[in-house]
Design a protein around this ligand. Structure first.
Ligand code: XIL
Length: 376
């Protein structure tokens, strides 16, 4: 493991080597025609992976939008395509056009795939809440997981089996979020989902994916504690969970990033024998002034500090960002900037040039002691 100041130096060196900055515009190539190795190569040199979210609508659009994905990534995740309302839009009427498009793109380009997700309180098809009861809940959940995870059996690297299930403020048993699933099945919905996924696709890494665990602020402190308690309970009861996904939707204006807190949190997860995946990294900049260079520096430094705290733990398998280029990010709809400018949350800019965030992620990998590559 490298100490922090050595990693900072490495980050600066990677930044100079990989990104030439001319008047604020980052250029990515070295030499005449040979592009510098992508983020996946930096990750692979340390036994890890790097990937990004892609989606069926981008796949249906101009190919240029995804042209950089194979060079930068070793893994992709469907941003929307595998969610319930894409895969079972009407009851018993499964639709795999969108999910298959992601799978086909990945397999054509030899990329691994994360499935996202099998149990969530959002992206729920309209028919489900109308009919879901405690009597039919287990059958509905199991049938869905058998159909969706079963279809990609043996081809899926990971499944986000359950997504965003912790919410201490909802005052539910085990600090679970109060959702259509817990109302129908209680905490048992987690067991049912993990067990169904283990049967449907035993080789896919089974992940509990969560947001809001990044900062030393009270609601996130409560959430980290609640998540650790929930994980201990699942592990003690031998529910077949194997990993935790840290979404890492970061905020460049947040001043409470505490590396010691983060490192301890990740170590606590690892101590239960669970792996960790950084699943949806991006950095919102809607509370920063407009200047793009200043924003890019703040975004890169912020993500760098987060990654430096998390990645050194050997239980961390890899990193995915929630998109690859600023041309398309969910953050522009979710947290629009007051000045109307697009956010700059991702490793490539809207012209597909590598930004400082790209360098920060590359340096995050470069600074690590190589670990045994595994197929998880
Ligand atoms: C988001 C997508 O990016 C949006 O396009 C969609 O409208 C809503 O879902 N956490 C998750 C993801 O687990 O599924 C969310 O994705 C972003 C937050």
């Amino acid at each position: 493991m490298l100490n922090c100041s050595r990693r900072k130096l490495l980050r600066a060196a990677t930044s100079l080597a990989a990104v030439g900055v001319c008047g604020g515009v980052a250029t990515a190539s070295v030499g005449m025609s040979q592009p510098a190795p992508g983020l996946a190569a930096h990750a692979a040199a340390r036994g890890m992976f790097y990937g990004c979210a892609i989606d069926h609508d981008t796949l249906a659009g101009p190919p240029a939008a995804l042209a950089h994905v194979p060079a930068e990534c070793s893994m992709v995740v469907g941003e929307y395509s595998f969610k319930w309302d894409s895969t079972q839009p009407a009851r018993n009427d499964f639709s795999f056009t969108r999910a298959d498009a992601v799978m086909d793109f990945a397999e054509r380009n030899r990329l691994r795939v994360r499935g996202h997700n099998l149990l969530w309180h959002e992206a729920v098809p309209a028919w489900l809440p109308k009919i879901l009861t405690s009597a039919n809940g287990e059958a509905l959940l199991t049938q869905h997981i058998e159909a969706v995870a079963g279809r990609y059996r043996g081809r899926m690297a990971h499944w986000d089996v359950v997504n965003e299930v912790v919410q201490p403020d909802d005052m539910q048993p085990l600090n679970l979020r109060d959702t259509l699933w817990t109302r129908a099945l209680g905490a048992r919905c987690l067991d049912i989902a993990f067990e169904a996924c283990a049967r449907a696709d035993p080789t896919a890494l089974r992940v509990l994916n969560e947001f809001g665990t990044d900062y030393a602020i009270p609601w996130q402190e409560r959430k980290r504690a609640a998540l650790l308690t929930l994980l201990a309970d699942l592990v003690a009861r031998r529910v077949p969970i194997q990993a935790v996904g840290l979404q890492a939707h970061l905020d460049a204006a947040e001043v409470t990033l505490d590396q010691a807190v983060l490192a301890k949190f990740v170590a606590d997860i690892a101590s239960m024998g669970l792996k960790i995946v950084v699943t949806e990294l991006d950095v919102r900049d809607d509370r920063l002034p407009a200047d793009p260079v200043a924003r890019d520096i703040a975004v890169a430094d912020h993500a760098g500090a987060w990654l430096d705290a998390v990645l050194p733990n050997p239980a961390v398998l890899g990193v995915l960002t929630w998109g690859l280029s600023d041309k398309r990010s969910w953050l522009d709809a979710k947290f629009p900037r007051p000045d109307g400018l697009p956010q700059r949350p991702l490793p490539l800019d809207d012209k597909m040039s590598r930004k400082r965030l790209w360098s920060s992620i590359a340096a995050g990998f470069d600074g690590l002691t190589p670990r045994l590559a595994n197929r998880l």
